[in-house]
Design a protein around this ligand. Sequence first.
Ligand SMILES: NC(=O)c1ccc[n+]([C@@H]2O[C@H](COP(=O)([O-])OP(=O)(O)OC[C@H]3O[C@@H](n4cnc5c(N)ncnc54)[C@H](OP(=O)(O)O)[C@@H]3O)[C@@H](O)[C@H]2O)c1
Length: 244
Amino acid sequence: VAGPTGRIGSLVQDRLLARGHQVVPLSRTHGIDLLDGGPSLRTALRGVAAVIDASSLAATDNAEAERVHVAATAALLDAEDEAGVGHHVVLSIACLDRVSGGPHYVGKRAQERTVKAGTVPYTIVRATQFHDFPAMIARRALVDGVAPIPPLLLQPVAPVEVADVLVEIAEGQALGDTLVLAGPGTEDAVDMARRTLAAQGQQVTLRPTWQGTFGLEFAGEVLLADEGARLGRVTFDEWLGSLQ
Ligand SMILES: NC(=O)c1ccc[n+]([C@@H]2O[C@H](COP(=O)([O-])OP(=O)(O)OC[C@H]3O[C@@H](n4cnc5c(N)ncnc54)[C@H](OP(=O)(O)O)[C@@H]3O)[C@@H](O)[C@H]2O)c1
């Protein structure tokens, strides 16, 4: 698991262990920087059947995002190829092609292209925003108790269901294709952030705005999944209830 200390990667690791798999954690915390590649990554992948890439790479601009996503993914795929890994599963973002987005979107598109061009059999799992996404971006933008937030229309999915699907897919044959995973209903991001932050006891004033990473191109139904997406069952209300 690449990114085993992260939001989704930690859930993936827990599920894999519960299902009796052995897990090799790939993250800087575990002494492996995907951007370095190198012998430690190659050694770690010996005997590995499948890799789930749930990492998230930081970048400040589009050029850096493209560079780090291509470098990390290519290093991972090279090491997988050498070790004979049979399935590369990567977590990506639904509706990635409908918007240009900020550096993270640029990086994720480059990551997908690298996976498709590689030699390791793959499955791309594109998930819609997670239930905790609006509160996360509000928290990141918080200054003096005020957080700007884009008034997005979302079809959010529960993090546990994303982890379940990644594990299920990794246990099977590579699809050589992209699967889209979305939540069961549509929600207003401002409302989601307000309710999540309140449930967590945080006093934040939210200022809806299209200025910032999520500009006007994100308005309307652009982030809602097409028909044919696989749908999770856990609603935002159920997820919120589980926090209390
Ligand atoms: N948030 C959403 O709503 C959403 C929706 C759809 C898809 N996604 C995608 O889901 C993925 C996972 O997101 P997340 O929120 O679970 O991530 P996260 O909590 O930020 O975790 C990131 C993980 O990546 C690892 N990592 C970062 N840089 C690394 C490097 N250079 N080498 C090795 N490991 C590195 C981190 O471990 P160390 O710090 O220990 O290295 C950590 O385990 C992302 O790619 C994101 O695009 C997110």
